[in-house]
Design a protein around this ligand. Structure first.
Ligand SMILES: Cc1cc2nc3c(=O)[nH]c(=O)nc-3n(C[C@H](O)[C@H](O)[C@H](O)COP(=O)(O)OP(=O)(O)OC[C@H]3O[C@@H](n4cnc5c(N)ncnc54)[C@H](O)[C@@H]3O)c2cc1C
Length: 442
């Protein structure tokens, strides 16, 4: 396809040739090359791990999620430092350069690579970063030293410590993630201050990794001492709860459409006593903490959709190259080339936005919400197109596109539905860009 062009380029003046990028380089390499060295190395390491360790398990883990045990892979990822990237050495394995750069860049690279191999196994590894989020973002040094550091150290030894994030309740999902909803949220999980600590009661639902967790960062509404009604936005408080605590247990594991290798489970808290040292940060700071954890996690959730979509595009491309129609490879038909181009351009657009938002020094609400929602929508479109292109093969369970479509559908729902993320975007840019403005200013 390029032969006449290459010939013509040789006729350009040397400077003209130098200014013309006519290299033949895979899309993945081309993007990798734009990263600073420490992130290039990470991206390659994540991809190797995903191809060698995650991909071979993907189909079986999706088929029999109740049998799939995530702990061996959690141990291996932990030993490689992939489960402790929110703090630098000696507290964790965040690259030092990341202290000056975007804080979640390594995590978004990891999410794309892991989920290109399997959305479900990817989520079962990534849920830990979400669970650990409050321990760092509370900004409370004793919490970091008492909890985050020892958990990182154990994971680095391969001694699995899985932490999950628990906000959602049977009657409150979006309300726990959106400012207007928080004031009227129908919560059930409460904390009461007692001598030496707190007593937690309530129920959490749809907790990713809940069935296998060692700890949960649980958000509860702290009752007021004067007996007046407490609210999510003013009294929310985060606690770390260990698996072995009396009264704390996992319940039903949901049967779900996609990302099946990672369980979504109920967690019950029946008169669970936790000592004061289990308080994460300070009392009643949970609403801001929850919102900031979501700012840090929504970019990576966008990258999960990006990875799954890329996996679908790769499956469709492989199919188009290997399948013959009327003695011609499918990929030789122009309609197929158009479909592939649309898919891959969507993947590039998703990566563009996710990387752009991760390049900011700190994750920001509007940008994180934009990445999450945009990738949820485009990811589904890519997976759907991949199925379309593959025809009846696309509908088969072991060809990649069918699983990708099931997997990526979840990205429109969790971490706040896309509608809630659109509202977060508007809220974030209301004063600067979107609101009616100040009439006095004209
Ligand atoms: C597989 C899975 C894994 C999950 N993992 C976790 C986890 O690890 N930890 C955790 O805490 N939670 C988790 N969740 C919960 C998830 O974050 C919530 O399901 C999500 O926030 C949506 O809440 P909801 O299901 O209660 O929907 P609802 O709040 O009941 O929303 C129902 C519908 O109403 C719309 N809606 C609600 N409010 C508004 C509004 N103000 N304006 C416009 N539309 C609105 C929503 O967009 C949606 O379409 C998980 C969920 C799933 C399905």
């Amino acid at each position: 396809m390029q032969s006449n062009l290459s010939h013509s380029i040789q006729r350009l003046e040397p400077l003209g040739r130098w200014l013309y990028d006519h290299s033949v380089e895979a899309l993945w390499e081309r993007d990798t090359r734009t990263l600073p060295r420490y992130l290039r190395q990470r991206r390659r390491a994540y991809r190797r791990f995903a191809q060698e360790r995650i991909a071979p398990l993907a189909l079986e883990a999706d088929r029999s999620p109740e049998v799939y045990d995530p702990r061996p892979l959690l141990a291996e990822a932990g030993r490689r430092g992939f489960q402790s990237e929110l703090l630098p050495w000696p507290l964790g394995r965040m690259p030092y350069r990341a202290l000056l750069d975007g804080k979640v860049f390594a995590v978004i690279l990891k999410a794309e690579e892991f989920c290109a191999a399997c959305g479900g196994i990817g989520l079962s590894l990534l849920a830990h970063d979400l669970g650990m989020g409050p321990l760092l973002l509370a900004g409370h040094l004793p919490t970091i030293l008492r909890w985050q550091w020892p958990i990182n150290r154990a994971n680095l030894r391969g001694d699995v410590r899985l932490v999950v994030y628990a906000i959602t309740e049977p009657g409150a999902g979006s309300d726990m993630e959106e400012s207007a909803g928080a004031a009227r949220a129908r919560y059930t999980t409460t904390a009461r201050k007692v001598n030496g600590g707190y007593v937690l009661n309530g129920q959490k639902v749809f907790i990713s990794g809940g069935a296998h967790c060692d700890y949960a960062t649980v958000f509860a509404v702290l009752e007021r001492e004067d007996g007046s009604p407490a609210r999510v936005d003013t009294d929310y408080t985060c606690f770390i709860v260990e698996r072995g605590r009396e009264g704390f247990r996992a319940g039903r594991r949901e049967r779900k459409l996609g990302q099946r290798a990672c369980d979504a489970s109920q967690l019950f808290l029946d008169d669970v006593f936790v000592p004061a040292r289990n308080l994460v940060g300070t009392e009643r700071s949970g609403w801001a903490l929850n919102r900031n954890v979501l700012n840090y996690s929504r970019g990576p959730v966008g990258a999960i959709a990006l990875g799954i979509a890329r996996g679908a595009a790769e499956s469709a491309t492989r199919f188009a190259r290997e399948t013959r129609l009327n003695n011609k490879p499918l990929v030789a038909y122009q309609e197929v080339q158009l479909a592939l181009a649309e898919m891959w351009i969507d993947v590039l657009a998703m990566r563009g936005l996710v990387w752009q938002s991760a390049r900011h020094f700190l994750p920001q609400q509007g940008m994180a919400a934009a990445s999450k929602a945009f990738c949820g929508e485009l990811g589904f479109r890519v997976a759907n197109r991949a199925m379309e292109l593959m025809g009846d093969h696309g509908y088969l369970a072991d060809q990649g596109a069918e699983k990708a479509m099931r997997d990526v559908r979840l990205n429109q729902i969790y971490e706040g539905t896309n509608q809630i993320n659109y509202l977060a975007f508007v809220e974030s840019f209301w004063e600067s860009d979107l609101g009616p403005g100040d009439p006095a200013r004209g």
